[in-house]
Design a protein around this ligand. Structure first.
Ligand SMILES: [Zn+2]
Ligand SMILES: [Zn+2]
Ligand SMILES: [Zn+2]
Length: 632
């Protein structure tokens, strides 16, 4: 299915600007700049010269790819969804209804109709709790003359949820609504009444079965009580011969209780996903004192050639959870915008929208509120541009997701972001020596992630600087900056742009792509916006995990990563001995890319190191041996 997002031409613009800089003899000046702040100042000072009104053009772009709410598109998606529903292609139907909801004006009849249709899909997929929730979201703005249909579906949901009382209650409301609604098509109503009668009979059957079950249960209880008091009765009868035995008294009192007690319809139990568990308890031997999201079997180490890295404190068996980390910031690939939650990356069953744009959906009210109250307000207006910037968008979100106080405190502490390796090394040493230092997955840890600036080409740095400046223009157009005074705003913008430039470089060598593996039935809803239904594993997001980012690379990693319920879960893939380093794979895994040369090129290009891992040296050895043997 074609995603309604298309790319803008930022890459071209950046390349053209670079050419212009070369023509105007400014390239050499840029190549000699030593800090991110200097690079940003350079762009700022030459912006009129090099870019004329490029940034303004971008920010005011009303390109067709800019997706605001659009009733016509919303209706078209709903119609498409209806077609799929008729064809029983439920996952595609659900995707279309979610798209329609995202594109509908907030609190409109269109939105209500799409929620209503989605509830039908959810019912067919046996997600009855979710279907009831979708009906609730549809209700207020649903056409009055059609509301009886929603109520009927709710009655059917409660029946499926084994709640005959509530189901009967909803069915009664449904019949009342039909009576009150004028001008309904008689023929349609007649066939609808047949459906209602059918449900009515099913409810009666369910009621009868429940009664029988209860009766059976009561009988069992009575027998149990009789049995346990038999000996006692015998004793009492022998001595006093009372008119009523204790056992019969007890039985009578239970009977009275069950017949007299009024039982109102109980609300359905919540779906499983709302049950919370303490995530840190899942880790092998409990959480680590110094790295809270890691198992206590690990520790942080530092060496000059490896930088910061993680090693095993003790022997660790295979297939156990050693790290459980939430992303500091994450970013969905644009084509999955109507499939996963923009905030927590969970599959969306019932969508919650942004009231302004149609670029994002959330899985719950909680995620919706969290996103809208923080970073999304700085993205919403220009999200069509941000979505074309790839990893730079992740850098932007890393900055805007950080609460203002933490951000400005951290920036002030670092004052000017430094690329000074020596100072960075000192930081690592301090960290290693100071046991009171806890490595949290927070913004100060992000600030300390490596950048590899020294190894980056001038072309790349120029490109990143331009992008960082564009991001700072976007930030400036929101209410993110603290000052109102023009001159101070410029200073603040330049500072933020330099931080963004640093984050872009950090994301390039530290961000992790997240894939999802098709495993359970809910995936019917997830694996839809794609024609390749057979694909088992899919890349769908990128994210920054400050702790996981500390792991070094190996083409034959000793761990495997699984993204599950908002967490990156790291399991050991083999037995790891005490003192052994925990090694992740940055992308080119030996099993998937057998050519050592190819792997080393990929790693050198993005991460600036020649891989000497076990997998890479293993392959080289036999080659040398064969040569030697050949000479013999
Ligand atoms: Zn969510
Ligand atoms: Zn928005
Ligand atoms: Zn390797």
């Amino acid at each position: 299915m074609e995603s309604p997002f298309s790319d803008m031409d930022w890459l071209d613009t950046a390349s053209n600007t670079l050419d212009l800089a070369i023509q105007k003899g400014l390239y050499t000046e840029f190549s000699h700049l030593k800090s991110d702040l200097d690079r940003i100042r350079f762009i700022h000072n030459h912006r009129t010269n090099l870019l004329s009104n490029t940034f303004e053009r971008y920010l005011s772009s009303t390109s067709s790819s800019c997706l605001t709410k659009n009733a016509t598109t919303a209706i078209n998606f709903r119609k498409k969804g209806n077609d799929y529903f008729v064809e029983k292609d439920l996952s595609r139907a659900a995707w279309c209804y979610r798209a329609s909801i995202a594109l509908s004006t907030i609190n409109s009849q269109d939105m209500a109709l799409s929620y209503g249709n989605l509830s039908a899909v959810l019912f067919e997929l046996s997600h009855y709790h979710e279907s009831i929730r979708a009906i609730q979201l549809a209700n207020d703005f649903y056409p009055n003359e059609l509301k009886f249909k929603l109520v009927f579906r709710r009655a059917a949901c409660y029946h499926k949820l084994n709640d005959p009382e509530r189901s009967a209650y909803e069915l009664k409301i449904c019949r009342d609504l039909i009576k009150k609604t004028a001008g309904l098509d008689r023929k349609k109503i007649d066939s609808f009444c047949k459906e209602m009668d059918h449900l009515s009979r099913q409810i009666a059957i369910l009621n009868k079965r429940k009664e029988e079950e209860e009766e059976e249960e009561q009988q069992q209880q009575q027998q149990q009580i009789k049995k346990s008091y038999k000996n006692l009765d015998d004793l009492i009868q022998n001595s006093q011969t009372p008119t009523e035995t204790i056992a019969t008294c007890l039985l009578k009192s239970t009977e009275e209780k069950t017949t007299d007690e009024f039982c109102p319809p109980s609300p359905p139990s919540p779906p499983r996903s709302t049950i919370l568990i303490d995530e840190s308890k899942l880790l092998l031997n409990g959480p680590n004192k110094y790295i809270p999201c890691a198992s206590s079997t690990l520790r942080l180490a530092y060496s000059k050639d490896k930088g910061r890295h993680i090693i095993a404190n003790q022997d660790i068996p295979s297939d156990v959870l050693i790290l459980n980390e939430r992303p500091y910031a994450c970013l969905l690939l644009p084509k999955f915008a109507y499939t996963y939650c923009d905030h927590c990356l969970t599959a969306i069953v019932i969508p919650y929208v942004c009231p302004q744009c149609s670029h994002v959906l959330f899985c719950s009210e909680h995620c919706q509120q969290r996103a809208l109250a923080s970073y999304h307000q700085y993205e919403c207006k220009h999200i069509h541009i941000l979505k074309t910037l790839g990893i730079a968008f992740l850098a932007y979100r890393t900055l805007t997701i950080t609460d203002h106080e933490t951000l400005w405190t951290t920036i002030t502490q670092t004052t000017i972001p430094n690329d000074n390796e020596e100072q960075n090394n000192n930081n690592h040493n301090n960290h290693n020596n100071n046991n009171n230092n806890i490595y949290k997955s927070d913004y100060s840890s992000i600030q300390k992630l490596i950048t590899h600036t020294e190894q980056m080409s001038t072309d790349d740095l120029f490109h990143y600087s331009l992008t960082a400046y564009l991001l700072s223009e976007i930030i400036k157009s929101t209410n993110f900056l603290r000052c109102n005074q023009i001159k101070k705003r410029d200073t603040e913008q330049i500072l933020l742009a330099s931080i963004l430039l640093k984050h872009i470089q950090q994301m390039i060598c530290n961000a992790q792509t997240i894939s999802i593996t098709k495993t359970n039935q809910i995936d019917d809803i997830i694996f839809d916006n794609d024609d390749d239904h057979d694909e088992i594993t899919k890349r769908f997001a990128s994210a920054i995990f400050p702790t996981c980012a500390l792991m070094n690379h190996s083409c034959v990693p000793n761990i495997r990563c699984v993204f599950d319920q908002g967490y990156l879960r790291v399991y050991t893939a083999k037995t790891i001995r005490q003192g052994e380093e925990i090694l992740n794979c940055y992308g080119p895994q030996k099993s998937l890319m057998p050519s050592i040369e190819q792997r080393q090129n990929v790693l050198l290009e993005q991460y600036f190191f020649k891989c000497q891992c076990e997998g890479c040296s293993e392959v080289q050895k036999p080659q040398i041996e064969t040569l030697a043997n050949g000479e013999n």
